[in-house]
Design a protein around this ligand. Structure first.
Ligand code: URA
Ligand code: SF4
Length: 227
């Protein structure tokens, strides 16, 4: 691990483990391995059987393509377009600077976000704030949103149809913000935005473009993956 990387990780508050003299590492964080990544996906995607007692009524999402921020936010708050609405405490719309140059897109709210109604406020959020700070950015300077606005049960990954049902909201957020850069945090964000099933390791470090406006899109690891 070179010095710059060590310093960056320390600045972000990530514990840096250094190999003891003379020991061979079992695995090296430098070798971005598909195994570790798929393990993480398996761990986070444990299926939860829906409670048969909960009746799930779905309403298709409205056409939000000309909504302003207020209309969009209240539409999301009342949305029942996919199964995820049944298990949420609160919708998690997004937060930050509506004129931001950078839009950060995560995956889905977790337990803390579901309680507070704001994205990235738990442990992953603290690391995200530290990562932003390490590159001289305040959390308030960027806009932060997720692929889906309601918490999936048991923190599983959102299903494709849930991401699809929720997509119009993110699409409208992007159109309203007109960011110079979209930063996709982790596999779920990247694969849904790019319709590409490559590993994060492969998508990272490449130039991507998003949508008609061809907004530059960069893929990086999800802070929870780093944790
Ligand atoms: N992980 C995410 O992807 N989004 C959040 O809002 C919180 C954790
Ligand atoms: Fe609606 Fe999105 Fe929530 Fe599904 S996840 S109910 S589409 S706001």
């Amino acid at each position: 691990m070179n010095n710059r990387r060590l310093e960056t990780l320390r600045a972000m508050g990530v514990d840096v483990w250094v190999r003891r003299q003379g020991q061979t590492p079992v695995s090296c964080p430098d070798t971005e391995s598909a195994d570790v990544e798929s393990e993480l996906l398996i761990e986070t995607s444990a299926e939860v059987t829906p409670d048969p007692g909960i009746e799930v009524k779905k309403q298709p999402a409205a056409d939000v393509s000309d909504y302003d921020w207020q209309q969009l936010e209240s539409c999301v708050a009342n949305c029942t377009a996919c199964e995820l609405h049944a298990g949420r405490t609160r919708t998690v719309f997004g937060t930050g600077n509506k004129q931001a140059s950078w839009l950060l897109v995560g995956e889905a709210p977790g337990a803390d976000e579901d309680q507070q109604g704001e994205p990235f406020v738990g442990r992953a959020g603290q690391l995200l704030n530290a990562m932003l700070e390490a590159i001289g950015l305040q959390r308030e300077a960027v806009y932060i949103a997720n692929i889906v606005k309601c918490r999936p049960p048991g923190n599983r990954n959102p299903h494709r149809e849930e991401a699809t049902a929720c997509h119009a909201y993110l699409e409208r957020q992007i159109a309203l913000i007109q960011p110079d850069l979209i930063l996709a945090l982790g596999k779920v964000a990247a694969s849904n935005l790019l319709h590409c099933d490559d590993t994060v390791g492969k998508m990272r470090g490449q130039q991507h473009r998003y949508g008609e406006a061809q907004i530059p899109l960069v893929v990086t690891y999800h802070p929870a993956y780093l944790l």
